[in-house]
Design a binder for this molecule. Structure first.
Ligand SMILES: Cc1cc2nc3c(=O)[nH]c(=O)nc-3n(C[C@H](O)[C@H](O)[C@H](O)COP(=O)(O)OP(=O)(O)OC[C@H]3O[C@@H](n4cnc5c(N)ncnc54)[C@H](O)[C@@H]3O)c2cc1C
Length: 403
């Protein structure tokens, strides 16, 4: 079997240098930020112009796939595929951290090819948040190497990434890494590397242009979604400062990374001549590309392309409201009775408000079409968040049934 060591004919692999420096983690920067206006949304007025959307999270049993496959012997020569997909409900959060790891893997491969006097040639497949951050970090790291980005569409609005809420939190994927300390450390490493890029953007004054803003996140739960205390400041309140939220709860500080701002910003860094529209129907079509280092960032598309049975579609419903009150906070606690917690969240972004709550639904499939079965789910999500802000969170009802 051809191994990477064999491919190198015994040469020692060079250690890659991380392009996202192991910077100190900062906290979300509130200085100079607009006031967060701690009043509830005027739900009944806003619902009239609401938009409803469904996105499909690329959930992967065992955690996302970030590994190098190869060397692969193909009719077009020896190649490597670096897989970077399956980020479930946390792709926005993990994107820069995983892109930093991609850069390290590619640095090793580039060094290997150069030793063999083969010109490295990089392709990224996918123009969601994972593909675009991989491509832009690679361009930063390899100023002289071309990086071509392929996607079946360059209409960014069609990607799952564009539909995401944008909360910095390793939501859903967290449970895939919570099995032991080592795996937990692994996830922490990726999250912290993402945070390092955000901190750098804060320091250079560019964060806002990437859709990044600090947010106070209120929750009625005792636990935030994750507890990497090094970067998220937690405040324990006897009574939450939002007057309508009854009882005690927690506040933690995190970031909003608005994908509707982030994605166009990243895509603009890929020159038009390096963007190719192409739909791949098989792994063979990918291997037939003229590039010898291929970064696979096809999200849920990887299930069919690479026959990955661990990838599962997890539909998520979102209601988008306008934000005329200029609210600037998140709520992402649960509601419902202690024994039957329902997820309910509301993220106030720069210009709109996102309401969500479904992590998976009864019909979990990979369709983003709104069917008749989805309508009661949207209605219930909306009435649940209203209950929360009316101080009646104990009356929230489950979303995953139609009864
Ligand atoms: C409702 C909802 C809320 C979410 N909220 C958050 C949040 O608050 N915070 C957070 O961190 N994450 C959140 N997520 C998760 C996040 O959206 C995903 O983890 C992330 O978008 C995955 O990014 P991706 O680039 O891998 O996939 P995608 O955005 O789906 O991009 C895949 C790319 O590959 C291309 N592609 C696929 N197949 C092929 C093919 N065969 N040939 C050519 N091109 C192909 C696609 O066109 C696309 O360009 C949310 C997701 C949903 C659905």
């Amino acid at each position: 079997m051809l191994t990477r060591r064999g491919f190198l004919a015994g040469g020692a692999a060079l250690l890659g240098m991380p392009s996202i420096a192991r910077a100190q983690i900062c906290t979300p920067l509130f200085e100079g930020a607009a006031p967060d206006n701690l009043v509830p949304p005027t739900f009944d007025k806003l619902i009239r112009n609401a938009q409803r959307v469904i996105g499909v999270r690329p959930h992967r049993i065992g955690g996302f796939r970030l590994e190098t496959e190869g060397p692969l012997t193909t009719p077009k020569g020896v190649k490597f595929i670096v897989h970077n997909y399956g980020h479930s409900g946390a792709g926005i959060t993990l994107s820069w951290g995983c892109a930093a790891e991609v850069v390290e893997k590619v640095k090793e491969l580039v060094a290997d090819f150069e030793k063999l006097k083969i010109k490295p040639n990089i392709a990224v497949i996918g123009a969601g948040v994972i593909g675009l951050t991989s491509a832009t970090e690679l361009r930063n790291a390899f100023r002289t190497l071309p990086v071509t980005v392929y996607s079946d569409t360059w209409d960014l609005k069609k990607t799952t990434s564009y539909k995401a809420g944008g909360q910095f939190e390793p939501s859903m994927i967290y449970h895939q890494y919570n099995t032991n300390d080592e795996r937990r450390r692994l996830l922490k490493r990726y999250v912290e590397r993402s945070a390092a890029r955000i901190c750098w953007l804060q320091r250079t004054g560019e964060a806002a242009s990437y859709g990044i803003a600090a947010r106070r996140n209120f929750t009625l739960n005792e636990q935030a979604g994750f507890d990497f205390a090094s970067m998220v400041v937690k405040v324990d309140h006897q009574k939450l400062p939002l007057t309508t939220l009854q009882g005690g709860g927690f506040e933690y500080r995190t970031w909003l990374i608005n994908p509707q701002i982030l994605l166009p910003k990243l895509a603009a860094q890929i020159p038009a001549k390096m963007r190719v529209t192409k739909r791949f129907r098989s792994r063979e079509e990918i291997e037939a590309l003229p590039h010898n280092i291929i970064i696979n960032c096809t999200g849920f598309g990887a299930k069919a392309l690479f026959e990955d049975r661990n990838l599962q579609p997890r539909r998520g419903h979102l209601i988008l409201l306008r934000n005329p009150q200029k609210l600037r906070y998140f709520f992402s606690g649960g509601c419902g009775r202690e024994d039957e917690r329902v997820i309910s969240y509301m993220f106030a972004r720069q210009d709109d408000i996102v309401i969500g709550g479904t992590l998976r639904d009864a019909s979990d499939g990979d369709s983003v079409t709104i069917e008749d079965d989805d309508k009661p789910i949207f209605d219930r999500m909306f009435s649940n968040i209203k209950m929360v802000f009316a101080g009646q969170s104990d009356q929230c009802r489950r979303l995953d049934t139609t009864s």
